[in-house]
Design a protein. Sequence first.
Lengths: 332, 230
Amino acid sequence: MARILAIETSCDETAVAIVAEGKLLSNQVASQIDIHARFGGVVPEIASRQHLLTLNPLIRKALASCQLGWPDIDALAVTNGPGLVGALLVGVSTAKALAWALNKPLLAVNHMAGHIYANMLAGPVEFPLVCLVVSGGHTELIYMERDMEFTTLGQTRDDAAGEAFDKIARFMGLPYPGGPVLDKLAYQGSPVLEFPRTMLEEGSLDFSFSGLKTAVMNHVHNCRQKDLPLNTADIAASFQRAVVDVLVEKTAMAIERTKPASLLMAGGVAANSHLRRGMKELAQEKGLSFRVPPPALCTDNAAMIGAAAWPLYKAGRKAPSSLNALPNLGLS
Amino acid sequence: MLILAIDTTTSVCSVALAKDDRLLGEISTDLPRTHSQRLMPMVETLFAETATKPEDLDLLAVTRGPGSFTGLRIGIATVKGMGLALDLPVAGVSTLQVLAHNFSQGLVCPVLNARLDQVYTALYRSGTGPVPENIIPEHPASVEDLLAELREYKEPIWFCGDGVDLVYPAAVQVLTTLVRAPFHLNRPRAAALADLARQAPTCSADALTPLYLRDSQAEIQLRQREKNEA
Ligand SMILES: [Zn+2]
């Protein structure tokens, strides 16, 4: 039974997991949300400093939580991009040192591949597949013909969906981090406000959320200027409906074009309850099997890195000791 | 006792292996390319050339700063990972003391470029014992303030480190006797670190902390904003 210890430090979560042949044994996440809340967003230097202090104890905790020692671990996996370079370097340096000292293979995992492979922790999926990846930094439609083979069908041309959520939440004065707060708030309102749904040119699978973001900000600004009451719940519901509409419609187009066997969703914004419902309905309508990770595995974690490392391990795709952190690493 | 010493706090990437009172090997480069790509291949070469295995090690040594924030984290994370895997103690030593240890005698003022018109600096006296004696503790300082601190010393002072170019032109105007280190004494060397580690206090890999000497910019700005609002 091959066991992989996986490390993820690409942003503001220090995370360690142990995954045995695609099955999750231990999933440890030390969140830095409270530390960055004072600054209203993730501060790269502070994230890097925190990873350095947190990582070793978290690795010990992961091993202890399933009564394993180093002889029980067969490989080390680490996120080497995309992400914050200084933060990534803490994980990459640690993983390389562990692999060298233990004389075990090192596996380099793309963070976005990790998000997609969080879905595989629930068992194998049917290929080919389409996966909508939505997070604070990414909005992408990915097509996979087989394991570890990614084709980007479309991506955002400006803000990522999660970024738009965060910016709108901050503009409305909601607490940090804005995404989950906005999701909850939307349940108390109705989508009565007309905000634009940018579809771009005919047939494009790309996204653009800056127009929507500006429209919401203008609306808030107008209400404030005219001293009108600000119905934040209705704004949240209307904004969220517009985002979900665009994401679902573009995904429907991607399905039409590629005729996949299954539909997946991944990334931090995939934890959004409205989006989960919309995508599930779409899969049902198209007669596809649908998979989305439980909310705890949608946000950044190392379980997904261990899951994506498993096919690399099987294929003997070891990373060299000169492995670097690549902040702009792409999927395909 | 077999010691592996690692320094990545400046543009230098340096690794050394020492056994008891003998330096088995040292590799140092001062080149652009990132330490992340260079460090582990250098360690591998050093171990292959000296026919050593990771399990043979007794102690790990690392410069814990000051220096480039990203650079010192690469070295510390590496040593933390090795210490965790091999269950080894770690000696964290000041980059400035390592620089001072390049000299066997006299006053040494190591200076590292700290940007924002400052240097990380300290003052040591070498030759009074096995390790350089600390006279002025590590701190960030403007060139002007540093020279004011040094003015009372009437004997020759060695200047070394990557901040020398910032300090030297002004220092020549003010100080009576000063010496600029030749290049083989002007950068941190893992061999000097390994020697200092033999007499330095050790801790567990988990307990090792970096010596930044400066908060992050975001922290400084937030404190300033809070002060202005109060
Ligand atoms: Zn992510």
